[in-house]
Design a protein around this ligand. Structure first.
Ligand SMILES: *[C@@H]1O[C@H](CO)[C@@H](O)[C@H](O)[C@H]1NC(C)=O
Length: 198
């Protein structure tokens, strides 16, 4: 008993430790239309580093941001989490048009994270800066949990009546319907016991 309590305590501690603040390296890859009508792409380059804590997603912040240096031929870009050493995308990627990075727009980096805090997908959206907005027009980080949808109930047979209609499930009997006889006996014992005392 004590051992299992210790084990569950350790598990809770491990979960807490893994929920500590993390950072994600967001990269950007230009996609260019080549003169021959094909599509070419350069190597991904760092765009932003985002710090987040799955226990407090509203505190997510941009640690660093590098405005992309895009060639004039670039029409769109690919955004995602990239492992520079492994030379591979390690999250889902999204494509955005270069206009998202033009003047007058503040880049919002949007990450979807799973329950373990791993980034599932990354995106960037230029949000128009209001005239007169004097602060918070720099790049913003938005980290969203990828919440699980309702799971379907498996192995639950559908009961059909002979006409093929779905039969409604029998309602759970109420406590009174099930145990009225026990209550009756208890009352009887109480009443007769009380009578015997006199
Ligand atoms: C950002 O990119 C998306 C995808 O290409 C595009 O639909 C959207 O209009 C762009 N937003 C701006 C502000 O240019």
């Amino acid at each position: 008993m004590r051992l299992s309590a210790l084990a569950s305590g350790l598990c809770a501690f491990a979960a807490l430790a893994s929920a500590s603040p993390r950072t994600a390296q967001v990269f950007i890859q230009p996609i260019e239309s080549a003169a021959n009508g094909g599509i070419t792409s350069d190597k991904p380059s760092p765009l932003a580093e985002v710090a987040y804590d799955i226990a407090a997603l509203s505190t997510s912040s941009i640690v660093s941001y590098e405005a992309p240096d895009l060639a004039p031929e670039t029409r769109s870009v690919r955004i995602g989490i990239y492992d520079y050493k492994a030379k591979a995308w390690v999250s889902g990627t999204t494509v955005a048009s270069v206009e998202n990075f033009s003047k007058g727009y503040s880049p919002n980096i949007i990450l979807s994270v799973d329950s373990r805090g791993d980034v599932v997908s990354a995106a960037c959206k230029g949000v128009a800066i209001d005239a007169g907005q004097t602060r918070d027009f720099g790049p913003q980080a938005v980290v969203l949990p990828e919440s699980r949808g309702k799971q379907p109930e498996l192995n639950k047979p559908v009961v059909l009546s002979p006409e093929g209609k779905k039969v409604p499930e029998e309602q759970e009997k109420t406590f009174l319907q099930k145990y009225w006889w026990m209550i009756a006996i208890a009352i009887f014992v109480m009443v007769s016991g009380g009578g015997a005392e006199k």
